[in-house]
Design a protein around this ligand. Sequence first.
Ligand code: ADP
Ligand code: MG
Length: 587
Amino acid sequence: MPIKLLDEQVVAQIAAGEVVERPASVVKELIENALDAGAGSIHVETQEGGQRLIRVSDDGSGIAADEVLLAFTRHATSKLSTTADLEHIRTLGFRGEALASIAAVSRVQVVTQHHEETIGTQLQIEGGRLLQQSAVGVPHGTVVTVENLFFNTPARLKFLKSENTEKRQITTIITHYAMAYPGVRFILQQDGRESFRSSGRGQLADAVVQVLGLDIFKQMIEVSGQEPTPDGHSITVEGFVSDPQLHRADRTRIVLYINGRVIQDARLAYAAIQSYHTLLAEGRFPYAVLLLEMPPEYVDVNVHPTKAEVRFQNPDAVFVAVQRAVRQALLGYGQRQELRGRGYGHLTTQPAHPGSSGPAPAQLRLSLAEAAASDKDDLEHIPEGAGQPDQPRTLPVLRVIGQIGATYIIAEGPAGMYLIDQHAAHSRILYEQLLRSFREQETAVQHLLEARPITLPPADAQLLEAQQETLAGLGFLLDAFGPGTFLIRAVPAILADQDPVEALHALIHEPGPTGRKGAPLPLEQLAQRISARAAVKSGQILNMDEMRGLVHLLERTPSPHTGPDGSPTMLHMSSDQLAREFGRSRR
Ligand code: ADP
Ligand code: MG
């Protein structure tokens, strides 16, 4: 075949394929237009999964009589005029393609009246050809009816999924928008039957109830976070995520929005999932409805014709914003659960390693066993003692049952069963103690019998010098001793059993949280590293006294639910959940 230019109809049909992939994409585009037009109520009607008919009626601004035909022309839009506008798009549409694309592959009728005009317009297009246009008297707003979708593109028609699949897709789109726009009333009618309705008079929570149902909503935790950005703006994250007891086998119930737009973003979904860390079993996923708001220039929505994928100027910042907000919500929830817990289920298990002698450092054994001595066999009244007696209790009294894999302590409390990560928990305890003694200037130190020299390259030596005072407060007493060399005179008592030179090297040499070497570490970072180094390791066998001591100290540690690095210290299974898992709930 010789080369020739395709005629306009063919071009339009090819282009339409990018925007209009299936009936649900038509619904999505028409709803977005209604929302952009400021509708307060959107009514969607479909027949046969949308293939036969889709009708979207709105009470928005309407289209001016002399612009209706133009609206169906490719690249005709009222939402954008310069490329600069692309940087701060606040509307859902902007490409001016949807109406033209839909009209290229179906028969479309639009009836609309602009809110400032007294007469409306009716217009019919089929396969891109104008059939009829006339003036009509109608209420303000717009009704778009799409019939016989893909009638002139048999290939597309052949690849349509089943009617039920399309119906589900359409419902998903509408419910997703209903959650992002709780102030807009959505009604969906499929084959004459109403299948969804939102009130349009509520807050996000109301819309989530209407979409997910009250039972699920009851197990959702509110998320509300704000992450400042370097340029003085911020990324906010609002919404709901499921508590760890509610989960699914797939990630389809993680719904993400950026500035009111539903988006697909595997990485952000992962940020939410990852916040659950050990709280969810492998292969299980939470429910999440997360609405992110950020300055429009932070996000490029013009990546794909369907606008479902976006690109972020700073993907890491967005990732962190989601992760922090969700984690924060989960932490708060965990704490409330502890206080609320009731119902004492009796677990009887032999300790995993009764009285075994692992390689725990002498120092640790001593301090943990001391803490344990104060609450031996004492479950009823709150023990005072070695730990931090002046600290308020942050966990209920837990009874240690044993150790699993030389890594986790299993314990029971009034609220059910607890698996405690011994390293994370101990790190948290030591971290709090270290910061407290730093503030009160009474850090316990171990003086070395013989001062140990440490020699560093000039840059590192400078860095160490810059942190010398902080380090001294934490227990590392250093004297400058010639170029690049320091004498270590004392180390934090909790590191007494370690090689001082090695410990100090590790402390200052590993890259900081930003991965950047060469910047002095803040106090918290230093304290975190010292605690992690001093804490019991995974794989270390503990005897009962040591475990009791550890748990006892944890019970009075502020933020007992996370290690200083934010990783969870414990996994909690409530008595209710245990009953459920064993199918006892209805007995
Ligand atoms: P876009 O939404 O990207 O601008 P569309 O092809 O979807 O492109 O719509 C073209 C134009 O038609 C819009 O910019 C808007 O001005 C107008 N329009 C479409 N649908 C509606 C509606 N429901 N209410 C008011 N105006 C509408
Ligand atoms: Mg549009």
